[in-house]
Structures are given as C-alpha cells and as structure tokens.
Design a binder for this molecule. Structure first.
Ligand SMILES: Cc1cc2nc3c(=O)[nH]c(=O)nc-3n(C[C@H](O)[C@H](O)[C@H](O)COP(=O)(O)O)c2cc1C
Length: 250
C-alpha cells in the first residue's frame, strides 16, 4: 500500500481540521433549527412498549468488574434461545436509553460529543418474546419500539448484509446502528465525522458489557455490505446510513 496515501488518509483521526476551518460557521449559529434527535415515525406504524428503565436497574447480579473482566467477542449463538422483552429493554436502555430529561436537554446512558447523539438503533429481531420477526427501531425518548417492517427470511438477509458472517444472523437479535451525520454536522461541520465514530464505540462497548452481564454475548461488526445493510433497515444511504452492527445471542 502507498504509504503517502495512507498518511493522507490519517487526517481523519486528528483534530487538525478544527485549526483549519471555523467551526463556529455552522448551521447552529446561523439559526437553523436543531435537527430532531429521534427520527419520527408515521401514525400507522405499530408501537411496542418496553419494560420501563426503573424496573431494569436491579436485574443483573453481575458486578461491573466481572463484566469488564469477562468481556470478549462471542460468535457462537443458540438460534433457538428466546430473549425476554425485559432483557432486550435492558440492552436498549444501556446502549441509547435516556437517563435524564431536564425538559430542554436530554442525556443518555452513553456519552456523545456535544450531546448530539447521531445514531438511530435498528433491530433485526429473530427470537424475542412477544415480537414477530422483523426490523424494529428504538425510540429512546419514548423507550418504545416501532415496527419498521416484517421481513421474510430475515436471518438469511442479515447474513448477506454482513457479507456472509453467518453468526450475525444466528442470535436472538442483531443491533444495527445507522448514523444521521447532520445531527453532528449541524454543530461541528467538517469535524463531525470523527466524533460520530468515537460515539459508536461507546454504544457498542455498553452493549458488550450489558450483554455479558445478562449472560449473552455479542460481536462488533465493522465489515458489512453498505448497500445491503442500508436496504435491510430501509435508510437512504446518504442522510442516514449503517455504520456498525452487533448480533446478540446466548
Ligand atoms: C470496530 C470493530 C469492528 C469489528 N468488526 C468485526 C467483524 O466484522 N467481524 C468479526 O468477526 N469481528 C469483528 N470485530 C471483533 C474483533 O475481531 C474483536 O474485538 C477482536 O478480535 C478482539 O477480540 P475480543 O473482542 O474478544 O477482545 C470488530 C471489532 C471492532 C471493535
């Protein structure tokens, strides 16, 4: 590989861009309204209640130190294993849940640069108590799920979207995170993109630890088909696109 080309591409990992451009020349300071922090759903879509956050906090007996110490990537799942709705609620709360809503500012269980939270969480649900197989989306502000659509042969489609990594479609559920970059660009313009990826790491690490604490396993997936993953969750690939995935199973 051309070392000069590699070197040029590294600019993305640095904060140098903040010295080269004026970030204050952003849409926020121009008075453009803040983008919605949760994508809306249409009236006709089915909504499903999750187990409230207050009922989730005591559910794991595992100490944080143990969860951190035992964490590892797991790629063998039992496809028959049924995840409870309470367990799924816990994983969603741990990865994107709201921990404090002051009325004007909403804070979540994960940090985010400028509290911009550029992600939508889609779920490929295979085996979760009370849920039909399909693609769902988490609504953090409501702590509910919205059914995006039922999908036939979902496991196979997830396998194709993850470039044949068959274990991705073999768990109880697969988390699929899509970024809406403008949420971050509205404030940080060209410096937004590094922060979006840093944010993704926090989300997935919380999924690793929360899964471990419940006796489940997960695997971060960065190698997937952009086109098939975007198509699977139904995003346009431009204003919103998949950046990370993670199956969860026993
Ligand atoms: C950003 C990122 C992308 C990854 N993508 C994949 C992937 O596409 N397929 C896979 O099998 N593992 C993937 N992994 C898992 C790593 O291979 C794994 O974390 C690594 O081997 C270390 O193992 P450990 O997590 O058990 O410590 C990814 C991990 C990260 C953090």
């Amino acid at each position: 590989m051309d070392r000069e080309r590699l070197g040029k591409n590294r600019y993305f990992l640095k904060t140098t861009i903040r010295d080269q451009i004026d970030i204050s020349d952003n849409d926020q300071n121009k008075g453009v309204p803040m983008p919605e922090i949760q994508k809306p759903h249409s009236d006709g879509q089915q909504l499903l209640d999750l187990v409230p956050a207050e009922e989730l906090k005591e559910m794991s007996g595992m100490k944080l130190t143990e969860a951190i110490g035992d964490r590892r990537t797991r790629r063998k799942f039992d496809p028959e294993s049924m995840m409870t709705l309470k367990e799924l609620s816990y994983l969603l709360w741990a990865t994107q849940g709201v921990r404090k809503n002051s009325g004007t500012t909403i804070f979540r269980t994960v940090p985010s640069a400028g509290n911009r939270h550029a992600f939508e969480t889609y779920l490929a649900v295979f085996n979760v108590e009370g849920l039909e197989q399909g693609i769902y989306r988490y609504l953090p502000l409501d702590h509910r799920l919205v059914l995006e659509r039922k999908v036939e042969d979902l496991r196979e489609k997830v396998n194709l979207a993850s470039k044949g990594q068959v274990f991705v479609g073999a768990g109880s559920v697969a988390f699929i995170w899509a970024a809406i970059p403008y949420r971050m660009e509205w404030r940080y313009t060209l410096a937004a993109h590094k922060s979006i990826l840093l944010d993704a790491g926090h989300i997935c690490q919380n999924l690793y630890l929360a899964s471990e604490a419940l006796g489940y396993g997960t695997c971060a997936i960065g190698n997937y088909s952009q086109e098939l993953a975007d198509k699977l969750v139904g995003v346009d690939g431009k204003e919103e696109f998949v950046v990370y995935m993670a199956p969860v199973g026993k």
